[in-house]
Design a protein around this ligand. Sequence first.
Ligand SMILES: [Zn+2]
Length: 397
Amino acid sequence: MLTALLGEKVFSTIHYTREELKNLRRKRTIFLCPHCSSELNLRIGNQNVPHFAHQSQFLCELGKQHESPRHLLTKQLLYERLREHFTEVKVEYYVKEIQQIADVYVKTDTKKIAIEIQCSSIPIPDILSRTRGYQSKNFTPFWMLTQPVTEKQKGLLQLPSFQQAFIRYSPHLHHFLLHFSPEDRSFTIFTHLIPVSVSAFISAAPVRIPIEQFTLPLSIPHPTVNHPYLLKNWNQFRMKWIYNKLHYNKAKDDLFLREVYREGDTFLYLPLFVGMPVFPHGIHFMNHAVEWQYYLWKDCMKKDTFFSEEKVVEVLKRRMDRGFLEFRTLPFVCGDQLLKELVKSYLSLLKDMQVVRRMDGGQYQLSRPWNCPDNFSGFEKHQHDFFPKWKHILKKV
Ligand SMILES: [Zn+2]
C-alpha cells in the first residue's frame, strides 16, 4: 500500500523522498490503515518503492491483497506520469459504494478512470464483477496486465487463459494484448493475434510505448504489419497441431479424433480449407480451426447439397451446446453476433477460394465433391492446387 491515514488526512508515500519518510519513521509517526484502522509499518528499503504494510495482514481485506514490488512500482510510475497531464490523480482510490479500491484513479475531461493493475492471476469472474462494479458508478475501468508474458520465440506468445482475458479488439490492431513492464518503464502491444493452439498465438512485431508517451485515452501508433510474414507459418502450425494430436491423444478419449475416424476420414489428409485462419473472429473458438471447420464440413458441406449461412450457425451452435466446441472467455471483446460474423467470414473465404459457390437466394454449394486422397502424393497434388489460391487470399487479409 502506498497510502495510509495520518490523523484525519490521507498520506501517500509517493509525495515524499526516502529521507523525509525516514525522518517520519524516526519520529514514530503513527499511520493507520484507511480500511481497518490498524497501525501500519512504514517500509523504506533501498530497492523497493517505500510502502505501508500491515503488522498482521490477515485481519484486513486490504492487507490480504499481497502486493508485489512490481505492483507498487507500477502504481508509482503511472501516478507520476498521469500527474503531468491531469490535476486529479490518486493512488489506491477507495470507491465506498462498491467497496472497491482502484490502484490509480484519474479524472480526465470526460471520464473517471479506475486503473486496475494485474501482476498476479485472479479468477476471470472477479474481473467481470469488478468491471461491472465500476461501471455501475460511472467509472471507466482500465485493466492493465503487468504479469510477465512469455514469448516462446519471436512472434509466438504463450498465453494462459488469465492473460487471454486481457485481449482487446480494434479495427486497425485486430486482436491485441496490452502489457506494461515496470522494469522497462514501457508498454508493449502485441497486435494481430492469431491463435495456433489453445494457448499459443502468433503476433505481429510488438509496438512499444515508453511511459513518457503514455496518456489517457491511450493512443496507439498505427503499426505497419506485414501480413504475409504473419501467415507464412500458418500451415506449419496447422500441421504441427495435427501431428501433436495424432501423437499425444488417444482416439478413445478424444471427441474430435473419434469423430474423424468414425466418419472414415484420414486425419492427415483433411482438405486444407479445413483449418484456415478466419479474421477477425476466429480467435473466439478455443478449439483449433481444424476442429470447428471440420465439424462444419462434416455436418453441413459434405452432407447437404445446399446449405445456408443460418444452417451453418445452427450446426456450430449445436456442437457448442453438446460440448464439442467452446468459446474463449474474452471479457474485453464485445460483440453479440460473433458466431454469425465468424461463419460469414469463413464462408466468404471459401467462396473466394472457389471451394463453395454462392447460389441465387443465398444458399451455398460445394464446388466439387471432396475425394480424400489415399496416399501422400494425392495429398501433395491437393496442396499444389490449393496453396497458390490460399496465398493470394491471405495477402489481401
Ligand atoms: Zn487494514
